[in-house]
Design a protein around this ligand. Sequence first.
Ligand code: NDP
Ligand code: 8X3
Length: 253
Amino acid sequence: MNKIALITGATAGFGEAIAKIFAKNNFNLIITGRRTDRLTNLKQALEAEYGIRVLPLSFDVRIAADVQDHFESMPEEWKNIDVLVNNAGLASGLNHIQDGDISDWDKMIDTNVKGLLYVSKAIIPLMVDRKKGHIINIGSTAGKEVYEHGNVYCASKHAVDAITKGMRIDLLGTGIKVTQIAPGAAETEFSIVRFHGDTAKAKTAYNGYDPMTARDVAEQVYYVTTLAPNVCINDLVLTSMAQANSFYINRQN
Ligand code: NDP
Ligand code: 8X3
């Protein structure tokens, strides 16, 4: 019987790469995101290549009632979730706080913090009932240090850092592992979204150095699920070799 992994934000970037690596390792998958066409394409590709089953669920993680409805109405056999990867998230805008845009702030806090909580609220009780499971929250180096212009995005990822610690404490004794993966810069659609669709500007975020790929991050997400049952990686910070932390990037031009 295949294990089940639920990956939020699987229509792009890390989530799509995480879906591929879990599929390759024989997991059945629940994949979520707002872009239904991408979910359908990914389902077809992964089922054809790996012979696994994929359940696509299209909703906005910011809408608590939709999150709850989608997970409640899943067929019972899909509720035996072994791994939850809380990955859906974004940065929106890169302004100084005094020039910040309230709709950018709402998007980041509602998605990165509240969305992660809504999904977790729906899934954790299922894991508690089964006395097993692994929650993997995608934080960031932005949740470790605050950098100029990062303000609210950094705050949202510091919240993920704190929520992950809180989950691990509260779930002690339930048999559920809780891990944070905190990546540095990786080239996905992240910067395009951060710069509101300006792809040329997004490209400049990676000027002069090689950032990580989505696959680099996905491999570590899968890795933390392969340890002995009594071992849990609590927090895994990873960057490319060009980056030491949020502040220091070795750009060659
Ligand atoms: P991408 O923009 O490539 O992918 C983001 C994913 O999140 C998409 O699948 C998107 O799906 C989903 N998503 C965003 N908003 C919502 C929403 N409201 N409801 C449902 N799904 C949503 O970015 P990354 O893959 O790079 O980012 C993934 C995570 O990794 C984020 O939490 C990000 O903060 C974090 N991160 C990224 C880093 C980077 O440098 N790339 C570094 C450190 C952390 P859709 O649009 O279809 O809804
Ligand atoms: C994304 C990494 O440095 O752009 O979380 O904030 S960074």
